[in-house]
Design a protein around this ligand. Structure first.
Ligand code: FMN
Length: 404
């Protein structure tokens, strides 16, 4: 492990966040760290984990702590996957490639965003673990069809369709930091926002050596790869609807994961449209501010799904104990976003590997302190849920049938 991310410098994810803040210009750090509007949902995601408490079984000798699981028929060493994080190449040179490699080396899956700065073929080739492709319909159906075909040919094993991005959320920190001006403004408009970039020469040198402001090579428009400045408008024109999902289902044929489910109604719709798994997600509090914490919605979705699909959850996971709580509540596995993005921004591949290692060792320790031998054995008996939560006990999800 490189000394820059080893203890005592880096003990937890908050330490990686602090290093990321030191290495990145303000606009890039805030792009990762921030949420929409008042950031209420961003905070709620975290708070929900704090209100669920553990019920350990003490004086139990657990010989090991088995973290293995199976998601969509694929065996994983860890019950957490790396969530799609767009523009990772801004945080660190070849960001998506190095993050995918770290995920594979740790025995878990990497989910590549459509809005990636690296070619999907290069990302797939960089990891020895499973890789899933997250789809936005930016550029329209023809562009998406080409992207899906490339993902299939490259060997991505599942398609993750994100449904909570009808438009990009209003991330006020991005507006104040001059993201729009720096990306597409005139020289004059850019000037007030340049000092934050010059204040981070180490990041700037890496950014320039990596080709400067990235394009989106997986969104091939007739004119070439989509440019950075076009992303907001492109998202607004590319809302995914339920009929789109049926179309995607016919095109892709492999397993489909619907990400961005907030309600039992949408969970049922997703299954009706052919999803094998759903991710209870509010995009890490970056889209509609004021929706509840994902952990609070998870029981409602589990009840609606009733074992017909696999249920994953993300939002606010910063410790192994958070993973244990989500699994105890009934999630099959979780996705982590910022936890590894901070690591990537702090120290590239080493930083992502360190983030994964922190969550893994946390989780092992948590299991031992709970007196539980494996994450697969976690259930509601290991946690207390606040009285005011709607939380019927749903059956543990069974493995969804994977289509050939
Ligand atoms: C910087 C950043 C970029 C993101 N980009 C995408 C994306 O391109 N597609 C997507 O489906 N979700 C995206 N997300 C949402 C994550 O996949 C995930 O739902 C969220 O980060 C989970 O919350 P957490 O960061 O608290 O773990 C992004 C999140 C962050 C922090």
């Amino acid at each position: 492990m490189s000394r820059s991310v080893a203890p005592p410098r880096v003990v937890n994810i908050a330490d990686l966040r602090r290093l990321a803040q030191r290495r990145l210009p303000r606009l890039a750090f805030d792009y990762i760290d921030g949420g929409a509007d008042d950031e209420i949902t961003l905070r709620e995601n975290r708070r929900a984990f704090q209100t669920v408490t553990f019920r350990p079984r003490s004086a139990v000798a657990t010989t090991g702590a088995d973290l293995r699981t199976t998601v969509l028929g694929t065996a994983l060493e860890l019950p957490f996957l790396l969530a799609p994080v767009g523009s990772s190449r801004l945080f660190y040179p070849r960001g998506e490639i190095v993050a995918a490699k770290a995920a594979g080396d740790a025995g878990t899956a990497y989910i590549l965003s459509t809005l990636s700065g690296c070619r999907l073929e290069d990302v797939r080739a960089a990891t020895r673990g499973p890789a899933w492709y997250q789809l936005y319909l930016v550029g329209g159906r023809d562009v998406a069809t080409a992207g899906i075909a490339r993902a299939k040919a490259a060997g991505f094993s599942a398609l993750v369709v994100t449904i909570d991005t009808a438009v990009a959320g209003q991330r006020e920190r991005d507006v104040r930091n001059g993201v729009k001006e720096l990306v597409s403004g005139s020289l004059w408009e850019k000037l007030p926002f340049v000092p934050q970039v010059l204040a981070r020469p180490r990041w700037l040198a890496g950014f320039l050596a990596d080709g400067g402001l990235m394009h989106f090579p997986n969104v091939m428009l007739p004119t070439g790869p989509m440019g950075y400045a076009d992303v907001g408008a492109a998202l607004a024109q590319s809302v995914v609807t339920w009929p789109d999902l049926r179309w995607i289902r016919d095109l892709w044929k492999g397993p489909i994961v619907v990400k961005g489910v907030h309600t039992s109604e949408d969970a049922r719709q997703a299954i009706a449209a052919g999803a094998e798994a759903v991710v209870v997600s509010n995009h890490g509090g970056r889209q509609l501010d004021g929706v509840p914490a994902t952990l609070r919605v998870l029981p409602e979705v589990l009840e609606a799904v009733n074992g017909r699909a696999e249920v994953l959850v993300d939002g606010g996971i910063r410790r192994g104990g958070d993973v244990a709580k989500a699994l105890s509540l009934g999630a099959r596995a979780v996705l982590v976003g910022r936890a590894y993005a901070y690591g990537l921004a702090a120290a590239g591949e080493e930083g992502v590997a360190r983030a994964i290692e922190i969550l893994r060792t946390d989780l092992v320790r948590t299991l031992k302190l709970l007196g539980c031998a494996s994450t697969a054995a976690l259930d509601r008996s290991y946690i207390n849920i606040p009285n005011d939560w709607y939380a019927p006990v749903a059956p543990k999800p069974v493995g969804a049938t994977v289509r050939a």
